[in-house]
Ligand binder design. Structure first.
Ligand SMILES: NC(=O)c1ccc[n+]([C@@H]2O[C@H](COP(=O)([O-])OP(=O)(O)OC[C@H]3O[C@@H](n4cnc5c(N)ncnc54)[C@H](O)[C@@H]3O)[C@@H](O)[C@H]2O)c1
Ligand SMILES: O=C(O)C(=O)C[C@@H](O)[C@H](O)[C@H](O)COP(=O)(O)O
Ligand SMILES: [Zn+2]
Length: 377
């Protein structure tokens, strides 16, 4: 028998066209409901992609839920950490799904953080030229950001997320109880993306975060509220600009710098995880904006102070093992997907909640800024 449905989870609808609209459900206990909800999508089998840590914690629960709902279910388990979002990781997941005989009408279920979500989503996008998939995000970062919007992919040694596809999930089940087992470090990393939503376009939300961030970390009602606010904001952007022809690039605030740092640290999660790179990138984006006279130094300071208070890094010198010189950073940033005609595009800010897309940024200007940042330590 399947588990009964939980008390009304929060729901955010993503009204995409072409029969691709889907719901994001947010609440405690949703992993145990995955079976009933997957069965409602009409699937007969599910390939659950997860990592070793998450498999140990929630693998049996989701498999039992799927089997209780009448689905044939099998697990494909990758190593935890960013290094799995690789060509080798992708091949292993595809072959695992094929060995399970996952058909086009079946489901790929991504159970885990953003690494598993991006990897399983890309496998689903390409396996048999497209299989449906469900996101069951288990990190704060994945619940507020990566499970929504359909960006899937893997890293190349030449740069972050350089091989991928847009492939929207059919359903997102954000079980906020799974965050109870998340490490402090990973909670902080996810929080960088939470703060990002305030910094992009919602100054009131950033102010709310400054007051309520401890409740998000400790699992108070603020946690579900923050997940819902971020998902609503992201869903709105994705519906207006699914393939990043314009506005969606705003979601990249902090990422031009952050992705370069991830590449220069070899995608080694022991040194730097995505959210930490984003935190440094957010602080850099605001300090660069202040340097260009776009926003006040006081606002840039407010951003960095809040991130630091939440335990996040905000300086290049805080990258463990270092991040190379300005040339190495510029070289890594040259692979950014927002580059146009060889020129860098940054997301800059006229203030907190007032971010905008800035194409054609002069390389020399960026180099001088990075050199000063590296000197500042
Ligand atoms: N597609 C998108 O729109 C998008 C958006 C943001 C980030 N991303 C990508 O997401 C990735 C980062 O995701 P992440 O921060 O979730 O990292 P992650 O997937 O590596 O998870 C972080 C760590 O937490 C562990 N973990 C996961 N859930 C847990 C739980 N409930 N309890 C205990 N441990 C748990 C994992 O095993 C892992 O070691 C990056 O690759 C980034 O590029 C994608
Ligand atoms: O969904 C988006 O769009 C984002 O930019 C969200 C980011 O937080 C995320 O890290 C994304 O994967 C970055 O996308 P990329 O196109 O710069 O690889
Ligand atoms: Zn991100």
């Amino acid at each position: 028998m399947s588990a009964p449905m939980s008390d009304a989870p929060l729901a955010v609808h993503v009204p995409l066209d072409g029969g691709r609209a889907y719901d994001i459900l947010i609440g405690r206990g949703l992993v145990a409901e995955a079976g009933a909800r997957a069965a409602a999508l009409g699937a007969r089998a599910a390939g659950i992609v997860t990592d070793e840590t998450v498999a140990e914690l929630y693998g049996a629960r989701i498999r039992e839920s799927l089997e209780a709902a009448g689905l044939r279910a099998g697990l494909i388990v990758v190593a935890p950490g960013e290094a799995s979002k690789s060509y080798a990781g992708y091949a292993a997941v595809c072959d695992g799904l094929l060995a399970l005989k996952i058909e086009r009408g079946d489901l790929v279920v991504a159970l885990g953080g953003g690494v598993v979500g991006d990897l399983a989503g890309f496998a689903a996008a390409t396996l048999r030229r497209g299989v449906r998939f469900v996101q069951v995000p288990t990190t704060l970062l994945a619940q507020v950001d990566s499970s929504v919007g359909g960006k899937t992919g893997i890293n190349s040694p030449l740069g972050k997320n350089l091989v991928g596809a847009f492939h929207q999930p059919r359903l997102v089940l954000a079980d906020t109880a799974t965050l109870d087992t998340l490490s402090e470090r990973e909670m902080r990393a996810g929080y960088a993306e939470v703060a990002k939503y305030g910094l992009i376009g919602d100054a009131d939300f950033f102010g709310w975060c400054e007051t309520n961030w401890r409740g998000i970390f400790s699992g108070g009602p603020e946690r579900d509220e923050a997940v819902a606010i971020c998902c609503r904001a992201k869903a709105g952007v994705v519906v207006r600009d699914e393939r990043e022809d314009g506005e969606r690039a705003l979601l990249n605030l902090g990422h031009t710098f952050g992705h370069a740092l991830e590449r220069l640290t070899g995608y080694d999660s022991a040194r730097l995880v995505h959210g930490e790179g984003v935190a440094i990138g957010l602080a850099l984006a605001f300090r660069f904006s202040a340097r260009l006279g776009l926003c006040s130094g006081q606002e840039a300071g407010r951003v960095a102070n809040h991130l630091a208070l939440a335990g996040l890094p905000t300086r290049l010198a805080q990258v463990p093992g270092g991040c190379g010189d300005a040339d190495a950073l510029l070289d890594a940033m040259a692979q950014d997907k927002k580059v146009r005609d060889g020129a860098l595009t940054f997301i800059l800010a006229r203030g907190i909640g007032r971010s905008f897309i800035a194409p054609g940024i002069d390389r020399a200007e960026v180099r001088a800024f990075l050199e000063d940042e590296l000197r500042a330590g």
